[in-house]
Ligand binder design. Structure first.
Ligand code: UN1
Length: 491
């Protein structure tokens, strides 16, 4: 359908258009610059509007019945081939993701690998399916359930995992027989393009996946309100998520929201401070702290506090920010100037509330949006920096008197996405698993990082907490249950 876009070379600009049905539409307008090298224009994409969304929904509606009519393994074969194509293009997509989002090479390479795994996992689901055979109450009757596709669904994705999240929302929708209208974040138009291109090259019929670009307010809003979309899946901020939820529910459609986190890592006295600090840093400073699963609060018991703070400070010194295309760099830039302003404002608020920065954060001298990682000590559970999502490389250390109080502090927030504990005390680990209010709990592992086959989602303000993403169960959101009674009387 489309020519390959010339990309991957710093200095070259991918000129993108909406992908609607078998057409490329719109004039590239909004520029995306590399946050590590502001003179590198990575991509330009059109500014769509409600009319663009109308066209995409219409094209999807035309394509969906034919796609749903294919045997599920044939749909799966397309996803598997797309995974293979992305695997062959992995270096190139990685380079574009680094330039577009600002991840390090290893983070971007890992994320592209995750998108490939997701395509392969749901490709394999084509051979499984999720119907059930149920005993019927009458004789010579068979009862069973079929999972039917919803039809056309809307997907709105954030910039921080610009290829993995589009893949993990789109793949379960597609394998279930739906057509999709996907709106990626304005900051990251190119990674989603690579996903759509791989699926198209793998034989996905035109119109089954439509890619529309443009501002959240107009294009995202039009997706939320469109009566032709049976469901909307969204990952992003709480404010936008709740607004979209109201619009989607008003018209009786299905909604899935994945939003903020304020993820705790509890560290108990028996832990090795070096190990605990390394776990905290991976999720606190990795992906520049820009993940809803980032560790933003380290809550520790008295016997380890000082040793842990020293080890965390040593870790922070390792994560000096730089351009991810330099493969030795451990932490990339902040994604945008406005995110940078927000991060710096959080450091100011924390200082005002009485926290001390052990490793002083601040804008580094180099060009680009680089922020040194910060460890805040003396943070109290009631401080704003301990309650609200920062979305930057800032880790707050909170002191607890004992393990039970540590869990109380961990739970004393509006969010409940991911949580971790570092301990070798099995009894304490189990207590934590039982008591923590979070959709994902990790023992001796970083709070971020997920597998394609494990359900993902949170409780409280983090998610709608009705359907989970990823894992075989992710198709529940994209299907409805039809119950069938099949009688076979003789005579
Ligand atoms: C991860 O922890 O690897 O937007 C994934 C986010 C999450 C994804 C986190 N939905 O940060």
């Amino acid at each position: 359908m489309t020519a390959d876009v010339p990309t991957s070379i710093p200095g070259s600009t991918a000129l993108l258009q909406h992908r609607i049905g078998d057409r490329l539409l719109g004039e590239p307008a909004a520029e995306r610059r590399n946050p590590a090298r502001p003179d590198d224009v990575v991509a330009a994409a059109p500014d769509g509007d409600a009319d663009t969304v109308d066209q995409a929904v219409e094209a999807a509606g035309r394509a969906q019945p034919g796609w749903a009519a294919l045997p599920a393994p044939a749909r799966g074969a397309v996803l598997l081939r797309a995974g293979d194509l992305m695997s062959a293009r992995r270096d190139r997509i990685t380079a574009d993701l680094v330039r577009e989002e600002g991840k390090t090479w290893a983070e971007a390479y890992g994320e592209v690998g995750r998108a490939i795994e997701i395509l392969r996992f749901y490709g394999g689901e084509g051979w499984r399916g999720r119907g059930e055979l149920v005993p019927a109450g009458t004789a010579r009757t068979m009862a069973y359930t079929r999972r039917e596709p919803l039809g056309v669904v809307g997907v709105i994705t954030p910039w921080n995992f610009p290829i993995a999240i589009p893949a993990w929302k789109t793949a379960p929708a597609l394998i279930s027989g739906n057509a999709v209208v996907l709106k990626p974040a304005g900051l990251t138009p190119l990674s989603a393009w690579h996903l759509a291109q791989a699926l198209s090259d793998a034989g996905l019929p035109p119109g089954v996946l439509n890619l529309v670009y443009g501002p959240g307010g107009s294009v995202g809003g039009a997706i939320a309100r469109h009566r032709g979309l049976a469901a909307v899946s969204f990952t992003g901020s709480n404010d936008v998520g709740r607004l979209i939820e109201r619009q989607v529910q008003e018209r009786g459609a299905r909604i899935l929201l994945e939003m903020g986190g304020k993820n705790p890592l509890v560290v108990l006295d028996d832990a090795d401070p070096e190990v605990a600090a390394s776990i905290a840093a991976q999720s606190g400073f990795g992906v520049t702290g820009q993940a809803c699963t980032a560790t933003s609060r380290v809550i520790c018991t008295p016997g380890i506090h000082d040793r842990l703070v020293a080890a965390l400070a040593a870790q922070a010194a390792r994560y000096r920010p730089g351009d991810g295309l330099d493969r030795s760099v451990l932490m990339g830039p902040v994604v945008s100037a406005s995110q940078m302003r927000s991060d710096l404002e959080w450091l100011r608020i924390a200082a005002e509330e009485g926290a001390q920065a052990v490793v002083a954060g601040g804008q580094s001298g180099a060009a680009g949006q680089f922020l040194d990682p910060t460890v805040l000590v003396g943070v109290k559970p009631s401080h704003r920096v301990a309650q609200e999502e920062v979305f930057g490389p800032v880790v707050s250390v909170l002191a607890a008197d004992n393990p039970d109080q540590a869990v109380d502090i961990a739970n004393d927030i509006p969010f409940g996405l991911s949580a971790g504990i570092v301990t070798n005390d099995l009894r304490q680990a189990h207590r934590f698993i039982e008591r923590i209010q979070a959709g994902i709990v990790k023992v001796n592992r970083p709070t971020s990082g997920v597998d394609p086959n494990v359900p993902f989602g949170g409780v409280k303000e983090s998610s709608t907490n009705t359907y989970r993403e990823q894992g075989a169960g992710a198709t529940d959101f994209y299907t409805w249950t039809k119950s069938v009674y099949l009688g076979f009387d003789e005579g």
